[in-house]
Design a protein around this ligand. Structure first.
Ligand code: SME
Length: 319
């Protein structure tokens, strides 16, 4: 199994001091090629004049141009979402560059407010790619997006930390929004040493919190917070849904005081609407410890798992 945490860190260090995006993507293709078992192609197609053109890759020679909407890659661009294809022969319009390919994953890459290209990985095995691969590779793509944006001189990603009850559902809820680049669950604003989940459940003082990295050109902080208030009970103290305890308190934790006016605007609006003081903490982030791996994207790994947020709100796009 691929260690995607390690891959993310490797991508970060491979990107240090690099001044051309193609350099980063070349090393990324080589790193992915080395890190995943049972693959026969890994690389990038990049948007140019409305089409996908072949970029850095590892594997056999491949087709050079893919129209938007065509093949798995073009579909990922047209639908602007990851395509996880268990059997490429059942995917209408699949483009077979290498007849050995049987399954494929394609992830769109964004920069400068639009689709910059895709990461494409092929495997000779049927159903090679799992939800874990999807989550890990999307996190890797988030690293690349940040690097590419910096190189393009565009805005950097912003990060806000939201505690909204059980972090399984809160993460799943935020993962559905365009412009949310990466999420991570963890334990925030408790004592200054990394707790285990058991410590947190025994009232260590940390709040179950979701780190939300977002592209403010695609989703505003106000919109993120409006969504947040859609899924919390903002007057409940240390309780959300069926969960109670200090780790289920609600909180908006910021790292950049420049975010405060936008946060206060939404907060005060909600408070006025409800007519009583909110129980939602509004504080600077004091600390955040990434939770154990099995908690990350928990509801993707366990689709029937417990969730305090109504299922209908986890997939608003399909409404
Ligand atoms: N199979 C892809 C084409 C690119 S190759 O896999 C390298 C597709 O259908 O878009």
């Amino acid at each position: 199994m691929t260690d995607y945490d390690l891959m993310r860190r490797q991508l970060e260090s491979l990107s240090e001091g690099v001044t051309w995006d193609i350099t980063v993507l070349s090393n990324a293709a080589a790193l992915i090629w080395e890190s995943l078992d049972d693959i026969n192609w890994a690389g990038f197609y990049l948007m140019k004049d409305g089409k996908l053109l072949l970029g850095p890759f590892q594997g056999k020679t491949a087709c050079t141009v893919i129209e938007t909407g065509k093949g798995v890659c073009g579909t990922a661009v047209a639908e602007d979402r990851t395509q996880l294809v268990k059997n490429v022969h059942e995917f209408p319009g699949h483009i077979a560059c290498d007849s050995a390919s049987n399954s494929e994953i394609v992830i769109p890459i964004h920069a400068g407010g639009s689709v910059y290209g895709v990461l494409d990985i092929d495997s000779p095995l049927i159903a090679r790619f799992t939800e874990d691969d999807r989550a890990g590779l999307e996190a890797a793509v988030a690293v690349l997006e940040e690097v590419i944006k910096k190189l393009q001189g565009g805005s950097e990603m912003k990060t806000i930390y939201l505690a909204g009850g059980c972090f399984w559902g809160t993460q799943k809820f935020f993962d559905q929004f365009d412009g949310v680049i990466r999420t991570e669950v963890g334990y925030a604003n408790g004592p200054d040493s990394a707790p285990s989940y058991e410590d947190v459940c025994a009232s260590s003082g940390h709040a179950e919190t979701v780190l939300i990295e977002y592209d403010e050109e695609r989703i505003s902080l106000e919109k993120i917070l409006d969504n947040y208030f859609m899924v919390i009970d903002p007057v409940a103290v240390n309780r959300q849904g069926h969960d109670s305890g200090i780790q289920y308190r609600t909180g908006i934790y910021y790292t950049d005081p420049d975010m405060l006016p936008a946060i206060r605007k939404v907060y005060e609006e909600k408070e006025k609407m409800i007519g009583v003081p909110l129980a939602v903490e509004l504080k600077p982030l004091e600390n955040f410890f990434r939770a154990e791996e099995y908690h990350q994207k928990y509801l993707d790994k366990n689709p029937g798992g417990y969730c305090h947020i109504p299922r209908a709100l986890l997939n608003l796009k399909e409404k």
